[in-house]
Every structure is written in C-alpha cells, then in structure tokens.
Design a protein around this ligand. Structure first.
Ligand code: IVH
Length: 703
C-alpha cells in the first residue's frame, strides 16, 4: 500500500476505483458464494486503506464506495431477491463543465442539434439506501434492497412498517405490475433523537443518518424497524407492466398520485445552465431540507430518449449525479468538555476552533463517549481506524445538514509532539462524585445522584413519586417548580420547606397555584412522610439498579436501615465478607454490588444522606416469611463445594430462612456434602439426617 500522504489526486482516484472493485468482488465471494479468497484480516486491511484514502480525498469518494456499502452486502439472514431489472448506479459530475459535457454527449448520441429542445429533470440525490417496491394489482408484494444491483435482500416485512410506503396504491391507471424505486432515509431531527436515545441507553450510536437508515431497514426483527423513524422518496421504477406516461416527470407525478411520497423539489430544466442554477439553489437550501443529500440527479425527461440512450456498464447514459463538495472542514480540537445529563451520564463534547462547514460556523461537536474518543465504536468496532482524538489534534469535521457535526478524522502528521492521550475523567465535573462505567455500558455515570446538581431534578421527582416517598400534593410538576425557584435543591430540603421559609405557609400560599388550604395540606402530607418503610426509603434514594424489587430484597435481608448502612459503608471500604454476603442474596449481582459500593463510597453523598436521615425515620423491615424447604431448617455444609464458595452457600441458605450450623447433631435437618466430605457426612448417615449433593442443594435452593 502506497503512503497516502504522497498520493496525487489521480493516483488516489485510481486506487479507490481498484479498491471498490476488489472489495465488491470479495464481498460477493464471501456473501454470495460462501467462498472467501482472503482472510478477514486482509479484507479489513483493504477496507481500512479505502477509508484512509477517502478521509484524505473526500471529494473523490465514489458512488459505489465500499464505505457506503458497509453492511449492504447481501446477507444470508435475508432471503435473496433477483431484481428483474437491475438497480443501477449513476455517473458523477463535479462541476459545470462536467454538466455541459453530459449534455453534449447526449446530444451527440441522439444526433440532436444545439438548438433542439432537450429537457431534464433535476432532483435531490438523497443520501440513504435504495429500495425497490413491487406492487402487483396495486398491492405491495415485495420490497428489496439494492444489494449488488442484481441481487438484493428481501426486506418486505420491514418496508411495510414505513409510513411513506402504502400497502395499497390508489387511483387510476395503476399497471398490474409496477416496481417503484426510491430511497429510504432518516431525517436530521429523527436521527438526532434516535441517537440521543441510544446514547442515553448506552447503546450503539450511528455515525450518520444513512447508516442509521441502513441499520434500521436491515433488522431481522421488523418490530425494531417499526420503532425507527424511516422515510421514503420514490424517484424511479423498475420492472413494470406498463409505463403510465411519456416523460420522467409525469411518471413520477403519477407515482405520487398513487399514494407514494415523491420529492416536492423536483423540477424540469431545459439547459445545462438551468441545471447548474438548480444545483446552486439546492446547495444554498441544503441545510434547510431536513435530510441529507449529496448532490443533484439530472435525468433526461423524455422516456423515448432514455430508451435510446440505454446504459454503459452499470449506469444509465441518460442520468448523472452532480455532487456537492463534501461538507468537510479542517480545524483544531482545542479541548474536550464533559456534560452531565439529567440521569448522570457523562457526554464528552469537542471544543473546536471555529470553522465554517457547509455554510455554518461550527465550534462544538459531540464525541458521544470515551470509546469514541479512543477510536473504538459502540459495538467494539474500531472507528477512525482506531486513531484516538487528542486535544491539539488537527481534525476533519463533517456536518450533514443541521445534524450535530462530527469529528471524522485525525491528521496524525499534524499531531503536536506533546499531545497526550485523553484521560476520560473518573469524577463528575458537576459534583465531584465518582463517575463509573459499568460493564457493557458505553458511558460513565456520576454516582452522586443524591447531591449532583445535574441530576437534582430527576432525583427529586423520583423521591416524591408514588412508589417512593409518595408525598400527597407534591408531584413531579410541583417539585420541579420548587427546584426551579431554589426552594428545594436536594431531598432534605423538602422536609425543611416549612421551616426554611420563615412562615412557610405564608410564602407557599402566595405561590401561583397554591392557596392557604393546599399549602397547609402539603405541609401535613410532608409531615406524614417523615417516617418511611426501609424498602420505600431505599427505593426513593434513586440508586441506580435499585428498583422496587431489589429494595424489598435488601430490606428483607438487612431488616434495619442502620445495619444496612453500616454494611454498605464497609462494602465501600472494601469489606469482602459484606460483598460475599450481598452476592449470596438471591437476585443480587456484581453490577448492583458495585453500584452500592460506589454510592456509599462517596463522601458528598453520605453528607446528603445524613441530611435526609435527620428528617426521616426509617422503619425496620420485617423478615420475609419463608415457606420454602429450607425455611426454619438447620443446614450444615461439609466437604469442598465446587460451584460456589462456602460463604456464598451460607448466605444463600440464610436468605432462604435456614440456620447454618458448623456441626451435625440430631437437630440438623440437611447436610450438604461436597467433594471429599469426611466425618460430618458419616455422622449424618449414622443419625439419619438428609444428605444432599451440591447439585441437589443448588437445585432446591433455586426452586
Ligand atoms: S436514480 C437509473 N435518483 O443514488 C437511475 N438515484 O448513485 C438510478 N439516489 O443507488 C438511480 N437519490 O440509491 C436516483 N433522486 C435520485 C436518487 C438516487 C438517491 C441513489 C440511489 C442509487 C444511487 C446511484
């Protein structure tokens, strides 16, 4: 592989063409024939080389670029569909001269004179993925992706979930068979919302709307596709029983009249100059369209001309894509800020030296999470070829319409010598509490939910909610209003509401929406909730992973709040016995234990908790009544347990209501005998005590 830095434009274009063909060939061997010729590693290297050249020469990115076909190779998971008419690609024009050449080529081919009329349609080239919809008798019978142009994937069930795609066509003159072709895409707004949801949930974020659309359409579960906001524009047709008009423009209008969505900005132009003018006009409006486009497609309007012009290799002679210059700019990453969301998740934001990208000044870009900075994708795949981002780096910024800009590439040659790898903070910048990353999560979260100002509102709303403290008359809306006005900043402030405001009643009854009676009632309701059950109180604190069931379980196991708090402080201090004891409780896992350790390990949180505890009495919980086989029974463990530790087994038995003894007597109900059990087992046999193997014990404990 030649050094990319020394490539000329021409050599780069040539190499990209070779790579596109090579990668397509290997895709086919791999997916189509199940007979790969090269190793996965070598295949990845080809793709990496392609991406590296594209990053350096974005204006040379090909229409059939392998980066655009990531995941578009025909997968075994979907049934194959052989297109009755191939799905073609388009040649490219990059400037006005290319457009004039296109017009002249066509005139020559058709033997038209310079002053003979030649009309074109012009329309946006949507940056999505092509889909072919087959209607028979006006009913949708099959939807297929482009695949390699000859064979695509059957995605009918998924296509049916897209609201721009009608199940039935309506209107006049619908041919018996009519394949509509068009583009599936995602709008900027929908893409941003989808990614925000994904990031918040810690799942994979999509790099751009096209990837999001492709990923969503190619779901094996059409329920997932249905939950994704996909759209569709019809721009052409494939296999048809009859063509319902004589021009491109009129056929598309008919398709629109039958109920499909067609692009409203399509126009007719009668000269290359008019095409270029349309192109300029659309480029100026590009950011306002609300979806990604990467150029304008020109098509000869008269269908008899299209027929005569035909195809060269895989592209029609009668159409061309006039590309926009890529909206990419180079700037410097000046810093990385960390924002804390309302649920405590930390999001890094790139602070960029302001730069104009596609007509808009950009100075911020989301960096999603720490893996993104490190160059690792959300599902463990490398992004930016694994190159990390460092403050001081010269970076390429890409903006797609009004979508949040992205940092797509790093110019390593320009990396300052003293640029240091970015160390993602392990403390919350808002409150100083630990920021921890759980296994399988993309984001770090601040554990200081009780005291973190960024999380205050959510925490307060949770505290007053029905299953938590459940304070009558103090719902999410009211508590948010109090927080907004600075009356309630943390949970403890709720209980000080009356005291804090001199004559609290006076102050409250003057608030909008409150009167003397309701104010009085609220203070009574708050007083009524100065005593809470262990379970409610624990749940109300809003500790991550401590839902109602878990709170109940912990309360049932520790019984007294003070005992629980003492144990949790020991856990946070690294007490292994407490950890094992917790793990031994049915339903408690590592993640929960780590979360509890983090929560109770935070000094600020403990201060906040102490302030609440000064106002709230926590009732003891009652020992859960057990009616299982081990409830009230005496159990002795002996020998070597192979599947759990002795400590875990003991905790487990206790959680089931058993008493665990060290020696066997007539009072013993069960002996659990592990490997190489000795005298205790013998004694049990002599006394006639029930003996269980480790597996039997676990089976019974699980029941
Ligand atoms: S016409 C025979 N019109 O661009 C004509 N294509 O480079 C083939 N595309 O795979 C396509 N918007 O997915 C046409 N308004 C438009 C388009 C469009 C997007 C895509 C299409 C195709 C690719 C060809």
């Amino acid at each position: 592989m030649q050094d990319i830095d020394t490539l000329t434009d021409e050599a780069a274009a040539e190499r990209l063409a070779t790579l596109a063909a090579e990668i397509a060939r290997h895709d086919k061997l791999y997916h189509g024939n199940d007979a790969p010729e090269i190793s996965d590693g070598d295949y990845d290297a080809l793709r990496r080389e392609n991406s590296a050249i594209e990053a350096k020469f974005p204006h040379l990115i090909r229409d059939d670029s392998p980066s655009n076909t990531v995941g578009a190779a025909v997968s075994e998971a979907f049934a194959k569909v052989t297109h009755r008419r191939p799905m073609l690609s388009l040649g490219n024009a990059f400037n006005a001269e290319d457009v004039t050449d296109f017009d002249e080529r066509i005139r020559r081919f058709l033997s038209l004179k310079a002053d003979d009329a030649l009309v074109y349609t012009a329309e946006p080239k949507i940056d999505g993925l092509a889909l072919s919809l087959r209607y028979e008798g006006g009913k949708l019978v099959e939807a297929a992706t482009r695949g390699d142009g000859q064979v695509g994937e059957n995605v009918t069930a998924n296509a049916r979930t897209i609201k721009d795609i009608p199940e039935l066509l309506s209107g006049d003159g619908i041919p018996d068979v009519f394949e509509v072709r068009g583009e599936v895409y995602m709008s900027h707004a929908d893409f941003a919302a989808l990614n925000a949801r994904a990031a918040e949930a810690g799942s994979k974020v999509f790099a751009n709307p096209r990837n999001a659309a492709a990923g969503s359409l190619r779901q094996l579960d059409s329920g997932i596709t249905a939950s994704r906001p996909l759209r569709f524009f019809a721009y052409g047709w494939g296999d048809v029983a009859a063509v319902p008009a004589e021009t491109q423009y009129d056929v598309i209008a008919r398709i629109g009249a039958w109920g499909l969505t067609i692009n409203p900005v399509m126009a007719r132009c009668d000269s290359p100059a008019a095409l270029v003018e349309y192109h300029q006009g659309l480029e100026a409006r590009r950011a306002d369209l609300g979806y990604d486009i990467d150029g304008v497609v020109y098509k000869v309007d008269r269908l008899d001309y299209q027929e005569r012009l035909g195809f060269v290799s895989r592209a029609p002679r009668w159409a061309i894509a006039h590309k926009f210059p890529a909206e990419i700019a180079t700037t410097v990453l000046e810093g990385i800020d960390i924002q804390v969301g309302r649920t405590g998740s930390l999001t890094p934001v790139a602070k960029l030296r302001p730069v104009t990208v596609g007509g808009v000044v950009v100075s911020n870009a989301t960096l999603h999470n720490e893996d993104y900075i490190a160059g690792i994708g959300g599902d463990g795949q490398p992004i930016r070829d694994g190159v990390d981002l460092r403050v001081g780096d010269t970076v390429q910024v890409r903006r797609a319409g009004d979508v949040i800009p992205q940092v797509v590439a790093v110019d390593l040659a320009k990396r300052p010598d003293d640029a240091e790898a970015y160390g993602f903070p392990d403390a919350c910048p808002q409150c100083g509490s630990a920021a921890v990353r759980e296994e399988g999560e993309a984001r770090r979260r601040c554990v200081g939910g009780l005291i973190c100002p960024a999380q205050a509102v959510e925490g307060l709303k949770h505290y007053v909610s029905r299953d938590a403290a459940d304070i009558d008359g103090l719902g999410a809306k009211q508590v948010e209003a109090f927080w907004h006005d600075g009356w309630v900043k943390e949970i403890a402030d709720i209980y000080a509401l009356e005291a804090n405001y001199g004559d609290g009643l006076q102050a409250l009854k003057n608030r909008e929406g409150w009167g003397e009676k309701s104010a009085q009632k609220l203070f009574e309701a708050i007083d009524a909730r100065r005593t809470l059950s262990f379970e409610r109180f624990l749940y109300a604190l809003g500790i991550r992973h401590v839902g109602r069931t878990t709170a109940k379980m912990l309360a049932g196991s520790y019984l007294q709040w003070d005992a629980f708090e003492t144990a949790m402080l020991a856990l946070a201090g690294g007490d292994e016995a407490v950890r094992e004891n917790l793990i031994g409780i049915d339903g408690v896992g590592q993640v929960l234990v780590d979360t509890l350790a983090a929560f109770f390990g935070e000094a600020h949180t403990l201060d906040g908790l102490a302030r609440i505890r000064a106002a709230v009495t926590v009732e003891d919980a009652e020992a859960p009544t057990m009616d299982g086989v081990f409830s009230g029974k005496t159990v002795v463990f002996t020998g070597t347990l192979e599947r759990t530790s002795r400590a875990e087994a003991k905790a487990r038995a206790e959680a089931l209501g058993a008493k665990v003894a060290g020696s066997v007597s007539a009072k013993t109900d069960f002996v659990v005998a592990g490997a190489a059990a000795g005298s205790k087992l013998k004694k049990a046999e002599v006394l006639g005590v029930a003996v269980l193997t480790e597996s039997q014990w676990l089976e019974m404990a699980d029941a």
